[in-house]
Design a protein around this ligand. Structure first.
Ligand SMILES: [Zn+2]
Length: 256
C-alpha cells in the first residue's frame, strides 16, 4: 500500500540522496504537494531557496493554506521568509511569470503537472534547470493524464495514495481513472496521413526526401520526450516520413 509513511520515507531519502528528480503521483489528490513541501520545510538543510511553480497564480493561496498561512498575496520575485531559513518563491507554468524568479534555487516544485505535456513540460523543466536546483519535484493532481514526458528526466517514483486513510476516496479515484480514457499526447491537429499512427510513435521532421518540407514521421521507438530525442546518439532513433517514406536520422532536429 502506498501510505503516507512510505511516501514520507521515500521523499526523505530522495532529499538525502544524489538523484535530482522526483515524480510524486497517487490518488490522494490534494495531499501530495502538502506532504512534499512539509518534508522539505523540515528536513532540507538551511538556508535554502525554494521555487514553487503552480499552474495558476489564483491557486497558490489555496495550495499553501494547509501548510502555511501566507501573510500577503504572493508576488513574483518576492519571497516569503519561512522560519528556519527558507525562502519560498512562487511563479506559475506560464512563462511570463518566470522573469522575476531567482536565478539560483535549491529546490523546485512543479504542481500540478497535469496541464503540462511533452513540449510544455520539457520547456518548464529545462527553464528550472537553468536555475541550478539540487532537487526538482514534479507532482500530479489527478493521474488521468500522460506523464510519460517526465521519464526522460529519470525521476525517483513515489506514490501517495488515499487508500489507507480514506479508502472510499481512494476507490472513487480508481473508478474515475478507470473510466477516463487517456487523452491523446499530441494536441496539435494531425493531418490525415498521420492519424492512423499511434501518438507515441509520431515525431515531426524536416523531410529531405520528396517532401522537402516538415512532415510527420513514424519513430522506430516510442517518443521519449524532446530532450531525450535530441541528445540521443545518431542512429538510435530513425523516423520514416509518413508522406514519402524517406528515412531520417537527424534526430537533433526533431520536435512535436
Ligand atoms: Zn517526406
Amino acid at each position: 500500500m502506498n501510505t503516507r509513511k512510505k511516501a514520507t520515507q521515500e521523499i526523505i531519502s530522495f532529499l538525502q540522496g544524489n538523484e535530482k528528480f522526483l515524480l510524486l503521483t497517487g490518488t490522494y489528490q490534494n495531499q501530495k504537494h502538502i506532504l512534499a513541501l512539509s518534508i522539505i520545510l523540515s528536513k532540507y538543510p538551511t538556508p535554502a531557496t525554494i521555487l514553487f511553480r503552480a499552474n495558476h497564480t489564483g491557486n497558490i493561496e489555496s495550495f499553501m493554506a494547509p501548510i502555511l498561512k501566507l501573510p500577503r498575496r504572493p508576488r513574483a520575485g518576492i519571497p516569503f521568509r519561512i522560519k528556519g531559513g527558507y525562502n519560498l518563491y512562487f511563479d506559475t507554468i506560464n512563462l511570463a511569470s518566470w522573469r522575476l524568479s531567482p536565478n539560483n534555487i535549491d529546490i523546485a516544485i512543479v504542481y500540478p503537472i497535469d496541464s503540462l505535456d511533452y513540449d510544455k513540460g520539457d520547456e518548464c523543466v529545462h527553464e528550472l534547470l537553468r536555475r541550478n536546483p539540487q532537487k526538482v519535484f514534479l507532482i500530479s493532481w489527478t493521474d488521468n493524464k500522460d506523464f510519460g514526458w517526465t521519464s526522460q528526466f529519470n525521476p525517483v517514483y513515489v506514490v501517495f495514495d488515499a487508500e489507507e486513510e480514506r479508502p472510499d476516496y481512494h476507490q472513487r479515484m480508481i473508478e474515475l481513472l478507470d473510466s477516463t480514457p487517456t487523452p491523446p499526447t499530441i494536441t496539435k491537429k494531425l493531418p490525415k496521413y498521420a492519424i492512423s499512427t499511434p501518438d507515441r510513435f509520431l515525431v515531426k521532421i524536416l523531410c529531405r526526401g520528396r517532401c522537402r518540407s516538415t512532415s510527420w514521421a513514424r519513430l522506430n521507438l516510442p517518443y521519449p520526450g524532446k530532450s531525450a530525442v535530441r541528445s540521443a546518439p545518431i542512429g538510435k532513433f530513425r523516423a520514416v516520413c509518413l508522406k514519402c517514406g524517406y528515412e531520417a536520422t537527424d534526430n537533433y532536429n526533431w520536435y512535436r
